[in-house]
Design a protein around this ligand. Structure first.
Ligand code: FAD
Ligand code: NAG
Ligand code: NAG
Ligand code: NAG
Ligand code: NAG
Ligand code: NAG
Ligand code: NAG
Ligand code: NAG
Ligand code: NAG
Ligand code: NAG
Ligand code: NAG
Length: 578
């Protein structure tokens, strides 16, 4: 979730507001692969770019699964492969914030900076509609063999390789100019089974790489189980979400999504088909569980812990700044911040949104709690509001199962666009009145510049039985503070300015309070300075070595992904060796 989903809620609520392997795997396909000495990836138009015939041959070996990109907003433009349609375009504009529009497509990405207005539904019909930063082709993968053939083709032809699942990535890691994508969306198998190992004995869910959170939750629910998924029901469970960390409403109870993974089934850059778990390929297991998507290997399936379903109480609360000239509003914000450790230590997750005008707890999810007991967690804030005579809207409700609560009161963020940055705020900052005052002053400064802050409050301190590479800053964090600003649909330059304000002025205020701290790599600024340390902490060196071992020729690339320093993206998006 990032902010904009919140922004959307705010606008609308207005402040009240694995796969069949029928074919044998290709043998020796990648035998004798050597590093391509060419400095740059081949780009469309280059002499080295594969001929129509070569693409057609690839398509034939893939049984017709190669998809040539037609940007989904082609219906909004004159000069493109799809005829202009005012009606279809208007509908697309209305649906643009629906993540499904993008996640069902083989090419569309949600992060507007990385779509780069290549084919934008909000520009005039005569404006450009080019493939631009979208991938050129995607392989609608159905098997390990499809992964292997695609990897081999990209390697042999020196083409940028992208792994694309839902297209949620804020860093643009699931797209790329001149790219060929392994598109995982249709790998939808889910099996529920008993898992027995030294590390874990219990129910487990094995999901294909394309399974989205809502699908996994629904399958688990039918068996009286839950899994850790995002606030967003649309993100890909086995994809960047779990590989990068993965928070959600059950994280304080069971840990991050990365902490749930028992096994990864992986195709490596050189085409090996491996299983990585607590005893086999343990380095790869460690890296994939928290060290970021799209860089160590292409995941075909993941096996995650499933837990017994729980009853859930959820609350929401919203109040406005009644009097900008008094301190009552920020004094109440301080009390709320001070109450967060008690909330998350009790296994609850609190998602809130702060602006200069209002504080909204969009959902406080408390597994195993009754609504009455949940109210005790919010009591300090409610009492403060009463004392300050600040009006508020408050609701609390009981649900018999987690899924009921998820459907009814949780926040399912839209794929809205914006400029973002973030910082993990350590719990130690909530331990004294003076540190809470300093934190509140920083938050106040940030919202005074017109930004919104989305707080994702969790306690994910408990490290999993088998260690993983989740950014250590998560383990001491009270919340992830995501700072966001609305996307300006008419001026790309204005968005760049906002992004710079976030990068150079707003996030540094939080970084000053959290020296040697970190940020959640999946919801952050794509231009975060010192990203190696901020996103990976002390794990950076070991992760880089594992990346180099499993991807010796740098086939996998993603901005801010491990090893991406090996490449520099040119102004036209072409990757060249650094
Ligand atoms: C609207 C919205 C809501 C969100 N809500 C949450 C939330 O509640 N909690 C949370 O923690 N995060 C949330 N996020 C952030 C989300 O976790 C990241 O965007 C994440 O990268 C999504 O992973 P994906 O696989 O679905 O997306 P993609 O964009 O398709 O992929 C993301 C990255 O993972 C890689 N990848 C995907 N599949 C594979 C695979 N099979 N093998 C190897 N690499 C792969 C891609 O190459 C890319 O690098 C949200 C983002 C958005 C836009
Ligand atoms: C709070 O939850 C109630 C349901 O219990 C819902 O009706 C209301 O719209 C929610 N309020 C906000 C601001 O989301
Ligand atoms: C691949 O083949 C299928 C089936 O023949 C066809 O529908 C599709 O358009 C082809 N893809 C490309 C990129 O030509
Ligand atoms: C992708 O493949 C699935 C079956 O695996 C099929 O249902 C779907 O229509 C295909 N989509 C595209 C765009 O080729
Ligand atoms: C390396 O890339 C070039 C194009 O840049 C291509 O012609 C050549 O065949 C590639 N070599 C190997 C070994 O992949
Ligand atoms: C890891 O996978 C291997 C191969 O499937 C299996 O033999 C082993 O028992 C697994 N280890 C654990 C801890 O599950
Ligand atoms: C902490 O939460 C518990 C509920 O588990 C509640 O009884 C207690 O009053 C809370 N403490 C404070 C200081 O809010
Ligand atoms: C919040 O900021 C907006 C502009 O960014 C301003 O119009 C509004 O008055 C501010 N509200 C308060 C309470 O300061
Ligand atoms: C998480 O909860 C445990 C147990 O209550 C506590 O010791 C730890 O300090 C908490 N960590 C964070 C970061 O909140
Ligand atoms: C978008 O940016 C332009 C140029 O700075 C500005 O004039 C316009 O008001 C902005 N639009 C919005 C909605 O902020
Ligand atoms: C982004 O768009 C601009 C303006 O059309 C273009 O000059 C630039 O090459 C594009 N960047 C990428 C990476 O495609």
């Amino acid at each position: 979730m990032i902010g904009l989903r919140f922004f959307f809620t705010l606008q609308v609520a207005c402040l009240t507001a694995l796969a069949s392997q029928s074919l044998p795997p290709p043998q020796n396909l990648l035998h004798g692969v050597v590093a391509n000495s060419s400095q740059c990836r081949c780009f469309p138009g280059d002499a080295c770019w594969p001929s129509e015939e070569a693409w057609s041959n690839l398509n034939a070996t893939l049984d017709g699964r190669l998809v040539a990109t037609i940007p989904i907003a082609s219906v909004c433009h004159d000069s493109s492969s799809t005829p202009y349609s005012a009606e279809a375009c208007e509908q697309l504009r209305l649906d643009w914030a629906d993540p499904n529009i993008h996640s069902d497509s083989s090419s569309s990405v949600m992060a507007a900076f990385f779509a780069n207005m290549s084919c934008d539904p909000f520009t005039a019909p005569e404006a450009q509609c080019v493939i631009g930063t979208y991938v050129q082709y995607a392989v609608n993968a159905s098997s390990a063999r499809d992964f292997q053939l695609t990897l081999a083709f990209a390697q042999e032809n020196n083409i940028r390789l992208v792994i694309r699942n839902t297209g949620h990535d804020y860093m643009g890691k699931s797209t790329g100019a001149g790219g060929l994508a392994i598109w995982t969306h249709h790998l939808k198998d889910i099996t529920i089974h008993d898992y027995v190992s030294d590390a874990y004995t219990g129910k487990a869910l094995t999901v294909g790489a394309g399974v989205q959170v809502h699908e996994a939750l629904t399958a688990a629910h039918a068996e009286g189980l839950v899994i850790v998924g995002g606030d967003s029901s649309n993100v890909g469970l086995a994809g960047g979400y779990s590989q990068g960390g993965g928070h959600g409403p059950l994280a304080s109870t069971f840990g991050l999504a990365a902490d749930q993974v028992l096994e990864w089934e992986v195709i490596t850059a050189t085409g090996q088909h491996l299983k990585a778990n607590a005893t086999d390929n343990t380095d790869l297991y460690w890296a994939l569980s928290g060290g970021g998507g799209g860089t160590y290997g292409a995941v075909l399936s993941a096996t995650v812990k499933a837990h017994p379903d729980v009853q859930v109480a959820i609350a929401n609360l919203t109040f406005a700044n009644p009097n900008p000239t008094s301190e009552a509003y920020y004094d109440t914000v301080k009390v709320f911040l001070g109450s967060l450790p008690n909330i998350t230590d009790n296994g609850a997750v609190c998602i809130w949104l702060l602006s200069n005008d209002s504080l909204t707890i969009q959902s406080l999810t408390a597994p195993g709690f009754t609504s009455q007991k949940l109210q005790s967690l919010l009591q300090p804030t409610l009492e403060k509001l009463d004392r300050e005579l600040i009006p508020y809207a408050y609701a609390v409700e009981d649900f018999p199962t987690f899924l009921d609560s998820y459907h009814s009161m949780s926040v399912d963020p839209p794929a809205s666009e914006g400029s973002f940055g973030s910082r993990l705020i350590s719990r130690s900052l909530l331990s004294s009145d003076s540190s809470i005052a300093s934190l509140t002053a920083a938050l106040r400064f940030i919202v005074s510049k017109g930004a919104l802050i989305s707080g994702l409050s969790v306690n994910v301190s408990r490290t999993p039985t088998t260690p993983n590479s989740v950014n250590p800053a998560w383990r001491t964090a009270a919340f992830s503070a995501v700072v966001g600003m609305y996307w300006n649909q008419t001026s790309f330059e204005a968005n760049i300015k906002d992004q710079q304000l976030i990068r150079n002025v707003l996030i540094p205020r939080l970084a000053d309070l959290t020296p040697h701290g970190g940020a959640y790599m999946n919801e952050a600024d794509f231009g975060q300075p010192d990203w190696q340390y901020v996103f990976y902490g002390e794990n950076y060196g070991r992760l880089l070595a594992i990346k180099e071992k499993y991807d010796p020729y740098d086939l996998f690339y993603g901005l801010t992904a491990m090893g991406s320093e090996a490449w520099i993206s040119q102004p036209d998006g072409r990757l060249c060796r650094a």
